[in-house]
Design a protein. Structure first.
Length: 133
């Protein structure tokens, strides 16, 4: 799960908020993210500490599984950073690519079109499961 969908869900002012609510109502999958996405979400939700705390409580309750990054993940992120040097460096996105490979997860909930470019194992596209209409 990428940051944009998380922020859309928790921010009523976000233009994708209604879609995010529908997504979470229907989603039956385990929601996995990284500490990088948690950090980004906290920053983007900084206007309201109550909303931040609601999000953190959901993380603590396991609604979002915050996958730890391993030493091998950091090595892979380094490789990905070089591979996608023409894109703006986004640690959170690259961390998601790394854990998707390690955990063999193809689907990603994201608003980020960069995931149309990123490839798992250097060749496999992601299945974007949250695409606004």
């Amino acid at each position: 799960m990428d940051t944009g969908v998380i922020v859309a869900y928790y921010s009523a002012a976000d233009k994708y908020h209604a879609l995010a609510l529908k997504f979470f109502e229907r989603c039956t999958s385990q929601l996995i993210t990284t500490i990088a996405c948690v950090t980004e979400a906290m920053y983007l939700l900084a206007a309201d500490w109550r909303v931040q705390n609601e999000f953190l409580l959901q993380v603590s309750r396991g609604v979002f599984n915050c996958e730890h990054l391993t030493a091998q993940d950091f090595t892979r992120i380094t490789e990905l950073n070089a591979q996608y040097a023409d894109l703006p460096g986004d640690f959170a996105d690259l961390a998601l690519v790394a854990i998707s490979e390690r955990l063999n997860i193809r689907a990603i909930a994201t608003l980020d079109k960069d995931f149309d470019i990123y490839r798992r194992y250097r060749k496999q596209p992601f299945e974007r499961v949250f695409i606004p209409s």
